[in-house]
Design a protein. Structure first.
Length: 127
């Protein structure tokens, strides 16, 4: 499943890729946030449930190449809620990316993900 963030003046591109397969590792997340303005200014990052603000999973603050402000790939899911619950929240667009920054005008950003692609892995030879 691929979720994306809407482009904004601060963000050129953002995505969260959620993978659940029969083969190990079975449940992984990958993410990228492209923003030259936020690169080096993110102090904390987390996925939270929309509406309640409940922490779903803290994300390590790791920058990528060029203007990638937040990046990691194939990280085993280690969230505060069961993966099945997280998966349903993500599929139903109930996940926010919350960023704490050292930018005085933007100390906290709450960014909503939109479902871009959902493809069940139940087809033969796809796991």
């Amino acid at each position: 499943m691929i979720l994306v963030l809407a482009p904004s003046p601060l963000i050129a591109y953002g995505q969260l890729v959620v993978v659940e397969r029969d083969a190990a590792p079975a449940r992984t997340l990958s993410w990228d946030l492209e923003s030259g303005q936020l690169r080096g200014h993110i102090e904390d990052a987390a996925l939270v449930e929309r509406g309640t603000g409940r922490l779903v999973m803290s994300l390590p603050v790791t920058v990528g190449p060029d203007s990638i402000a937040l990046h990691d790939s194939a990280v085993l899911y280690s969230g505060d809620v069961a993966f099945d619950q997280f998966f349903n929240l993500a599929r139903n667009e109930q996940i926010l990316l919350v960023l704490e920054t050292d930018i005085p005008s933007e100390p906290r950003l709450e960014l909503a993900f939109t479902l871009y692609e959902y493809k069940p892995w139940s087809q033969p030879y796809c796991s």
